[in-house]
Write a protein that binds this ligand. Sequence first.
Ligand code: ATP
Length: 618
Amino acid sequence: MDQSGGASCKGDEGHRSENQSDAPPIPEQVQIDDSPVYRIKRKLGKGGFGEVYVGRAISPSSSDQTGAEKVAIKFEHKDSEGCEGGIPNEWKVYDDLGESHGIPLPQVYYKGQQGYYYVMVMDLLGASLQDPLVDDLPTLPLEAIACIAVEAISILEKLHSRGYIHGDIKPGNFLLGPPGTPAEKRLFMTDLGLATRWRDPSTGSHVKYNQTPEDFRGTILFASVHAHLGRTSSRRNDLESLAYMLVYLIHGRLPWQGHQFFQGEDTSFPVCKRKMATLPETLCDSCPGPYLQFTTFVLSLKFNEEPNYARYISLFHQIIGQNPYVWPVHTDVAQEVPCKRARLNDDDEPSKKIRMESKLTQWISVYDVHPPMKQRYCSNLDYVDLILHIEKGHAEGMYLTSVTYSFSSKSWAIIMDDSTGYTAQTYAFSCASLPEEWIKKQWSDSFYITAVAGADDDRFLVVMSKGQSMNGCFIGFFDEHLGTWNVRQSCCVFHILPFKWIKKKWAEGLYVTAIATSGRQWAVVSTKGTRFTDQAVELDFQYPTEGIHERLKQGYYITSVATNPDEYSRRSTSRSTSKRRCRASVEQEMLQTSNFPDDSEIKEKWARNYYISSLCCG
Ligand SMILES: Nc1ncnc2c1ncn2[C@@H]1O[C@H](COP(=O)(O)OP(=O)(O)OP(=O)(O)O)[C@@H](O)[C@H]1O
């Protein structure tokens, strides 16, 4: 619903589309510049971005750079997702890495366009780690998988040292060398289609943190939780995917693999929830200790933390060292044991609790600095008490600034202030959706939505206020049409986090000023006429500590928080929006508590002029 007069809508933010289904046929033969003419033979594989075939040279060229009769040829359709901005992303990465990158990747000899396709001619490699597994998985010895682990970590270290992350680590992207050649037992990495930089080449600094929740790139089965949640990729993503890949090689499956998780339109989010709900101990059940240690280490890596590759490698040497094993992977790195082995220090253990299986109730209270004022807080309210307290506050000139519902105690909590700047306030309950007609009527009387909350019985409470907000959120904008200062609002109810809708509103100059959940519904209010100059959304299955920390460093502060209960995985999705104003940054503190904050905690904040500005419980 929009103040300018739109209809209620339901959000639906699906995930990435797959590649062309109506693409023209792959050419029967190709020639790029002065390459030999290649006849296209057997298909080697098909992925999200392209198809790879064997090419056989039928007219050798004197300037042939490959020296091979057979090559692998990758075709990417011109309109494929991987070719945004002209040429395939993979080409740009290869060009940037240059000739002597020292990373075991297939060598690329020719790149060019033929018909509807971008064509890349490269070394023909052997089987992928996905291929032998189909038959041999239960018999693949743990020593062989440890060799794969060591080689894969070493390959990632080399790629990362060149400033790139792979972005799609999975068994199908690790291939053995060409059969019958000296490289046949070496491990190679393929497919740089999703590779991105973690380091800015001009400044050498780490790329900036961001989160765009609907922006998933990768392979659902192996993707890191950070990738699912749309966080800027960093080195930890590749290592988390590698941990999943190793467990997959041992067990032949992953806990989140199964038709029940892959049904429906949005497959990424349920799988992500399942990943978050799986403890490393459960994931690595019956795997030798080093797998659990490796998984625990990489799952606790911070966004810009330098991974300790040597340490990870030394974990797997514990397995290889006792049982030297040479098939199927030749372990260059295993032979460097003495120099690669890192000391295992007890104080290196990851301390953070990274995954939680049990349900935890958490209150999040956000405090902003404010000149001394009277603030009132009440929790554990049923509907009758809620109304009584609001009315009592109104009678004393206090207005609601925050309201939230606790799903665990099935009760309401409210915050009321005497220095809001509001001159009047009204509120209404509605079921399943927002009270559209009532809201429109209040808008026409110059009230605007200042708080929203939802209960577990599908009911929403909408609070609308009139007057100039003293906290500066609502300042109004000059409406040339009306010739007055105005506040314009838009609100909607969705069944998932409506990030696309929020982004659309940002483009129109509207920023999120209130957010709430009721059951599985999300209600979002966006407003034009705020002081905010930029806004970001942080979404996580627990309090998004790291994301908030990164945002605070970037000059954002928290302006809305909400959580929703999730019966499916028995955990809560916690979400927070942060915003920035044009004036000096706001001083803000946060508290995470298992119950509504204690009197002593709140009073200690008041004594320092910190007052509750947002509150939620999940
Ligand atoms: N150089 C090569 N030699 C032999 N086989 C190859 C080679 N490159 C790729 N393949 C095979 O083709 C498959 C698809 O290739 P690639 O991963 O590059 O394409 P993609 O479209 O980016 O795939 P995906 O979306 O699955 O990552 C690989 O899994 C592998 O089996």
